[in-house]
Design a binder for this molecule. Structure first.
Ligand SMILES: Cc1cc2nc3c(=O)[nH]c(=O)nc-3n(C[C@H](O)[C@H](O)[C@H](O)COP(=O)(O)OP(=O)(O)OC[C@H]3O[C@@H](n4cnc5c(N)ncnc54)[C@H](O)[C@@H]3O)c2cc1C
Length: 269
């Protein structure tokens, strides 16, 4: 039997004219005391492409704090998943720190961003270079079966300070073993670089240094070239700046006026 009161309450709670929907926190997972992932309910008509980010709001109705967060979940999951770092004293972080399962979080009805595979020209190798929480959108991209058909190699590099920050390492390895990904054309290479705990990751240098020294290409067994490689970069703005300069010197360009490029960036601050 349909509960009319519940339906009316739902309609009131998610006003169709509002720019956002009210969602509920379904689960929270702490990777470290300052790094967490959380899942929320999802409006049925909320659509996004892997690599997009959502705008989330916490706080009192009259003083909402809005921040962008990349989607970690896949477009067909019936929840939204995000990864977040708790920045000491940060306005959103302070509210996020107090978040519990069952709490409300507001999600803008629109999604945003250009860190999507459709920004890139067809290529052979897809390099996904992330620092810290920048791994989030790449998990969503890796959960898209089409990506595993379009490329021959998916090369994920996750740079962090401490080994405990290597979120989603097991999940990424598991994706490659699951159907339909396991039988796909693409092969996955995953590399970690842990700068403050040498010996705990595959490398201990920052990603720009690893590329410049040729170590990454050597370990991945392929070379970066404008013809074959497509590169996505997400996270720390200094890393993004250095990689953009390095790749531009090799002839790589971002998409412009609808013309797909060879590289795409998302800076988190
Ligand atoms: C397009 C986009 C997508 C984003 N997606 C994510 C995401 O998926 N996960 C996430 O944790 N953050 C993400 N961010 C950053 C996020 O929106 C917030 O800025 C951040 O979580 C801190 O919010 P705050 O209000 O607590 O502090 P703010 O006042 O917003 O930031 C304070 C300072 O914290 C540092 N900082 C901000 N974000 C990060 C970060 N991710 N890692 C390390 N240091 C940081 C910077 O030095 C910044 O100046 C994204 C930002 C952009 C622009």
């Amino acid at each position: 039997m349909v509960d009319i009161a519940e339906l009316q309450d739902g309609a009131r709670r998610n006003d169709p004219s509002a720019k956002w929907t009210r969602e509920q926190v379904l689960s929270i997972r702490y990777w470290t005391p300052k790094l967490l992932s959380f899942r929320t309910s999802r409006a049925q008509d909320y659509r996004f492409t892997p690599g997009h980010y959502a705008r989330l709001a916490l706080g009192k109705e009259e003083e909402l704090v809005w921040r962008p967060y990349s989607m970690v979940s896949a477009p067909d999951d019936d929840y939204l998943e995000f990864i977040a770092v708790l920045v000491p004293g940060g306005p959103f972080s302070t509210l996020l720190e107090q978040l519990s399962v069952g709490d409300e979080i507001k999600v803008d009805k629109a999604c945003f961003g250009f860190l999507t595979v459709d920004q890139l020209a067809p290529g052979r190798d897809l390099w996904l270079l992330a620092s810290g929480t920048g791994i989030g959108p790449f998990v969503s991209i890796l959960r898209d079966p089409a990506v595993w058909q379009h490329f021959e190699r998916l090369i994920v590099v996750h740079g962090v300070r401490n080994a405990a920050d290597l979120a989603y390492r097991e999940e990424i390895a598991a994706i490659a073993k699951q159907p339909p990904f396991a039988a796909s054309r693409a092969k996955l290479c995953y590399f970690s670089s842990v700068t403050r705990e040498p010996g705990t990751g595959d490398f201990s240098e920052r990603i720009p240094q690893l590329l410049a020294s040729g170590q990454l290409e050597q370990q991945a067994g392929t070379t970066l070239s404008m013809h074959d490689s497509r590169v996505m970069v997400c996270g720390n703005p200094d890393m993004a700046f250095e990689l953009r300069r390095y790749l531009s010197a090799l002839g790589f360009a971002t998409s412009r006026r609808g013309v797909p490029g060879q590289m795409a960036f998302e800076k988190y601050w």
